[in-house]
Design a protein around this ligand. Sequence first.
Ligand SMILES: [Zn+2]
Length: 352
Amino acid sequence: MQLEKLLRDRDIAFVVTTADTGSMGAPRLGKNLVTRSIKQMNKDQVMDWHNFYPLHVIYSFLSSLEQQYPSRCTVHCIGYTVEGREIKMLKISSSHAGNSGAWLDGAIHAREWISAAVVTYIAHHLATHFDALPESVTNKDWYLVPVLNPDGYVHTHVNDRMWRKNRARHDNKIVGVDLNRNFGPSINSRGEGASVDPNHLNYRGPAPFSEPETAALRDTILNSVVPFKLFLTFHAFSEAIAFPWGATHEPCPDYVPLLEGATVMAKAIEQTSGRLYKVGAFKDIMYRAEGTSIDWSYGTAFIPFSYLIELRSKQHKFLLPNDEIEETCKEILSGVLALAEHVDKQTCVNLK
Ligand SMILES: [Zn+2]
């Protein structure tokens, strides 16, 4: 159906109430569907943090920041998804030589919509207040990817709200890979927390970095000349700040500084909203997982302060009510700013 294609191309959420309108009162049903859709298309959606938004609104928002603040904001396409969508990154930078790098990504897991909202909120804050922000912010190049898994994200908006993985095929069937199990190198150990079964929610994929989304992240970081200091990947919904390792029970070499950093963040969050986020090594406070991005960013890319942040909410799980979006964004922004300041005073052993 042409309308369906039109809506899908524009990432506009819709529900097909019947697949065949030919045999019934088609004009009435067709009119309603068209009226609603045109209304949505004509509505010039502007990003805010009172609703969740589809991919095209998020991407327009990134472009609008680039247009408004061209001296510090640039949008980059860092790769293409399985279905050919762009993976867009906003870089915010003072362009000072000697800056370190800070990576933030959201929606690596498609259904965790609040993570994309948090990354756009932080992008908005940094871009609009940059000149007034402390040196601990302006001495970093900020790499923000609000939707690392665009195919999956679109799928959750138009088809299946609970989809987690990307849209990779296996045996000509869309099964999806759990992108947060697709980072090497522990992927080959066939241990816990990453499945070899394509139908499993935690399917790790056929090989490390087999997926264009994880390869895009890896290549952007490894090809950058900037030494990254921070790596923050946002998820939902356990309300926790976790750091490596996820794959092993051994403490990582920077267990103490990472725990301190997590505590600084958690304190700033609590002071902002009263919310208590758990802190600890991933395998201690979550479960054991192999092939996660934080194990790779810390262990292979040598980014010392690598955190996986589980946002709200334990109560509503993936279906966070709209009226909690902004408060979640505010508490996490406080945490990130506090962490950015804290890490400048710290040294880790895991530096290149
Ligand atoms: Zn997740």
